[in-house]
Design a protein around this ligand. Sequence first.
Ligand SMILES: [Zn+2]
Length: 129
Amino acid sequence: MSDDATREAATARYFGIDGETQAALIRALARLPTDVREFAVDECVYVSVGRSARGLCRPASMLASASWLIVLDERLAGHSLETATAHEVGHAWLDHDLGDTSTTHEEVEAEVRALVRKWGFRGLGAEPK
Ligand SMILES: [Zn+2]
């Protein structure tokens, strides 16, 4: 991954307090294809809870210019957190609608796992079930 990709990834709006989670978020976004990374920086905001934070209070206005809120689990480590981040960005990228009943949950998950594998991620959240 290039320095430019990392610099762009580092501009992602992260509203958690866990440094390791933020570092994994930046690594994950830097690994995404350029168009997806731009989407992930421009259209998504990120928060995390679970290790450093038991809970968070943030102004809802943090969502004002974003289309998607992505919640990350601080208890995941390294590569697992990178894959989980890519997985959730994948749902946003594919515009998955929780209210859409024309596809099953399993179909939606299979679609996003295949996409995340195509992006080069491996492990939980990327492998076929
Ligand atoms: Zn999923």
